[in-house]
Every structure is written in structure tokens, then in C-alpha cells.
Design a protein around this ligand. Structure first.
Ligand code: MF3
Ligand code: CO
Length: 295
């Protein structure tokens, strides 16, 4: 049996990846390398999750729209804007660019974007009544489907005059994502990346939410693996070229504990009502490191 239970093609048969090339000239060596790692007890994702160059092009086209939305939000967000205004901007922008929200109707999620203010950790609902005011911090988490390909990234926006300690939270979270990216090296374990993210936040005195993490993404919104930011370096699957996933730590100023809104089952807040920050990027692992796809 192979590392993912699939039967390999014959050496002169067409490769499983759809390139049209013979297996021996395409993924044979790749599979042999994964086979060896798997035989040594490493966690290896199935071949169906590694993206081809054509997949990456599709994801990039989706990500161009996704990032365009976040740029637009950055140009227009200010005190006095409601989170429902942001939801309308998102819907108009997506419609004008031939794309749809991946959030809308995902497991019943009722809006086109997540808008998470201050102590809201994630999955904040857009609402006419939530009007941004001076000193707020907000995460806008955008996920797009274009021509069947998924993209996902989120940014923090500081409204007006933000408390320096809150700004430090936002900046530390961003720095931790950059540290995670620097730890994305092919053939290393994913836990190295998660540990790098965790360290930056812990050393700054902040806590990282454990139950939510990043995820594989590309042909589906949430694919394997689950990407933890509270991990040990010797844990997790091998980062294999072609693997596409997000880095998106949720970082709390106070404790790591969270609560989920009982009325709607979605909105997540810090248990101690301290503020929370999140930045999210989407990348693909390459032969030499990574390529950013959405940020
Ligand atoms: N965008 C989130 C992520 O980064 C998922 C939001 S799911 C939704 O994975 F249903 F709330 F939109
Ligand atoms: Co995500």
C-alpha cells in the first residue's frame, strides 16, 4: 500500500495529477519520497491535496479578488461605518468581479464576510447596529470562490486613535504570522511553523486560541490539515511542495479561553472580554520555501 492508500499508476501510464505526462516523468519520484517518509512513521497528506501549477493559477485568480476586497475595505473603513456597510461593499465587489463569498451559507453562516470587533475573536456577524468608533480594532475575514477555487485571508484595521497596548496586540499577531511564514520549509514538519507563531505571541505576553486554527484550502474551503498555532516542532504532517494552507492565529490580550454566542452559535468572544487580534494569509509550499497566495 502507498502512503495514502492509492495505487500508483504504471511507470509509462499517465500521471495521477492530470498533467498528461507519463508517471515516470512526473510524480514518480515525488511519490517515492513521500513513501519513504511515511514508512518512517511521518504523517503524510494524501496526493489529492497537493496543488498542481494549474490549481495554483486558479487560486491566484481567486485571491486577486479576495485581496481586492480587503484593499477596498482598507480604503473606506473609518469611524461611523457599520459592519453591515462592509458586508454590502463585499457583495458589490464580488459581484463586479465574477466571484462569490465562500462564507455565505458555509455550514449555515448567514453573511458574506466575518467582521470581528475588539473582544470578538472570530465569526463576527455584520450588523447595522455595530458602528465603528474611534479606538476600535476590527478583523475583516474574507473568503472567495472564483471558478471553483478558494482563497482566504484576513486583516486587522485600527480605527482612529487605538490604545498602544491594543496596537501592540495587533502588531504582535502580524509579526507572529511572519515568523510562521519564515518557518515554512519543505520536508519539515508543520508543527515547526505553529511553534514559531506561538513563540512570538507568548514572548509578548499574549495567548493563542487553541481550538481554532488554519486549514488546507484550494478546491474546498477547509481541507486537511488542521493547522495549529499551539504545536510542538516535532508534531504534524510534513510540509510537502504543493501543499496549500492558511496561517491565521487568533491572539488574545488576556487568557486563551473563548465563548460561543448561544443565540446564534457563531460569534466567538474572549471569555475575559479582553481584545483579540487575527491576521490570515494563504500560501503554497514550494521546493525552496513558500509562495504567498492571499494576504
Ligand atoms: N474565513 C474563516 C477562515 O479563515 C472561516 C469563516 S467560516 C464562516 O477559515 F462560515 F464563518 F464564514
Ligand atoms: Co481561513
Amino acid at each position: 500500500m502507498s502512503y495514502d492508500g492509492m495505487t500508483n499508476p504504471g511507470r509509462n501510464d499517465a500521471c495521477w495529477c492530470g498533467s498528461g505526462r507519463k508517471y515516470k516523468k512526473c510524480h514518480e519520484q515525488f511519490d517515492q519520497r513521500l513513501e519513504l517518509l511515511w514508512s518512517r512513521g511521518e504523517e503524510i497528506l494524501p496526493r489529492s491535496l497537493y496543488k498542481t501549477p494549474a490549481d495554483i493559477e486558479g487560486i491566484k485568480a481567486s485571491a486577486a479578488v479576495n485581496m481586492g476586497v480587503l484593499d477596498y475595505v482598507g480604503e473606506h473603513i473609518q469611524a461611523g461605518v457599520s459592519t453591515m456597510d462592509i458586508n454590502r461593499w463585499v457583495e458589490d465587489y464580488l459581484a463586479a468581479h465574477g466571484a462569490v463569498s465562500a462564507d455565505l451559507n458555509f455550514e449555515g453562516y448567514p453573511y458574506s464576510v466575518c467582521t470581528s470587533i475588539n473582544d470578538v475573536v472570530c465569526h463576527g456577524f455584520p450588523n447595522e447596529k455595530d458602528v465603528l468608533k474611534d479606538g476600535d480594532i476590527i478583523n475583516v475575514d474574507m473568503s472567495t470562490i472564483k471558478d471553483g477555487y478558494f482563497s482566504d485571508s484576513s486583516r486587522m484595521y485600527c480605527i482612529g486613535d487605538v490604545d498602544p497596548e491594543w496596537r501592540r496586540l495587533v502588531d504582535t499577531c502580524k509579526a507572529s504570522v511572519e515568523a510562521g511564514l519564515a518557518a515554512v520549509r519543505p520536508w519539515h514538519r508543520l508543527g515547526e511553523m505553529g511553534d514559531a507563531v506561538h513563540r512570538v505571541n507568548a514572548e509578548a505576553g499574549f495567548s493563542v486560541v487553541e481550538v481554532y486554527g488554519g486549514h488546507g484550502i484550494g478546491k474546498e474551503f477547509h481541507e486537511d490539515p488542521f493547522v495549529s498555532f499551539v504545536s510542538e516542532p516535532d508534531e504534524g504532517p510534513i510540509m510537502v511542495p504543493g501543499m496549500c494552507f492558511t496561517i491565521e492565529p487568533m491572539v488574545n490580550m488576556g487568557g486563551p479561553d473563548i465563548t460561543t454566542d448561544k443565540d446564534n452559535g457563531w460569534i466567538v468572544r474572549t471569555a475575559d472580554h479582553t481584545p483579540s487580534a487575527q491576521w490570515e494569509v494563504q500560501l503554497v509550499v514550494t521546493e525552496t520555501g513558500y509562495e504567498l497566495l492571499s494576504w
